[in-house]
Design a protein around this ligand. Structure first.
Ligand SMILES: Nc1ncnc2c1ncn2[C@@H]1O[C@H](COP(=O)(O)OP(=O)(O)O)[C@@H](O)[C@H]1O
Ligand SMILES: [Mg+2]
Length: 254
């Protein structure tokens, strides 16, 4: 049975999509069969896996509006062990319609059941703000990996996230967990410790993963080439960090 994980974090630009793509690619490189689910109308994960609009007829919006099955929507990527369900702008319109009926937030959870046995990891990339699509992503997940940055105050975001997890558990009857927190664009472990102390978040230190992702220009270059960083330069700091993070997560989940 797979682990279904949403890369969470409220602020835009913290690295949710970068992490969704690169973590999924890292699991795939370790031959863990992985499905990346793009749940953001911006479609960053889709583009960064080199999937263009013309490459697919159906996407996550077709699944949520019951026009296609998940199995029909899954696309292969350049990595043998990595598949993707793409997203594009139509997801925005479909979400507006679906949001009118309470309960539709559980549709993705229901549809992913059809394929979850085929994958070890299903990674969901949600949009940044709280709304129908981010709730849909979280309600479909077993757990959240929360992306943080030492460059942003996060106490308020942290408490909002806890409220959101409680809300989803209560309203959708799902056993959603927070697996842990990880830092992106961070250079040392000491930076994380002093940041958490300064934010009055010392209590969550034991839930912060050992591996963190450094600032690395190779990430931007790989995005320009629409490829995961490990396929752009496997020796780069970012590629090594994501590979180590994937190994840490794999032992965490097993
Ligand atoms: N570790 C990193 N090193 C360098 N640039 C990064 C890193 N993480 C993110 N970025 C940059 O930040 C941008 C926003 O990241 P993204 O993953 O799209 O954020 P989110 O999905 O949370 O909105 C990316 O396009 C990339 O240019
Ligand atoms: Mg994103």
């Amino acid at each position: 049975m797979s682990q279904i994980i949403t890369i969470a974090g409220q602020k835009g630009g913290t690295g949710k999509s970068v992490t969704a793509v690169n973590l999924a690619a890292s699991f795939a490189l370790f031959e863990k069969k992985t499905l990346l689910v793009d749940c953001d109308p911006q479609g960053c994960s889709t583009r960064w896996c080199s999937i263009k609009d013309k490459d697919y007829n159906c996407d996550i919006a077709s699944v949520l509006s019951a026009k296609a099955t998940v199995a029909h929507t899954i696309k292969k990527t350049g990595l043998d062990y990595l598949d993707i369900i793409p997203a594009g702008f139509t997801l925005f319109q479909v979400a507006l319609k679906l949001a009118k009926n309470p309960g539709n937030e559980k549709l993705l959870r229901l549809f992913l059941k059809d394929v979850r046995d085929e994958y070890e990891y299903i990674i969901i990339d949600p949009p940044s703000s709280y709304g129908f699509l981010s709730i849909t992503a979280m309600a479909a997940s077993d757990s959240l990996l929360v992306c943080m940055s030492v460059h942003n105050n996060c106490l308020e975001d942290f408490h909002n996230l806890l409220k959101m997890v409680k809300y989803i558990r209560a309203n959708y009857s799902v056993p959603l967990k927070i697996s842990g927190f990880f830092f992106n664009r961070c250079e040392t472990k000491e930076d994380i410790t002093s940041f958490l102390d300064q934010q009055n978040l010392s209590d969550i230190k034991q839930m912060v993963f050992d591996n963190f992702i450094p600032e690395d220009d190779n990430i931007k270059k790989s995005i320009d080439l629409k490829t995961p960083v490990l396929l752009f330069d496997i020796k780069s700091k970012a590629a090594k960090a994501y590979l180590n993070f994937a190994l840490e997560l794999h032992s965490f989940f097993n």
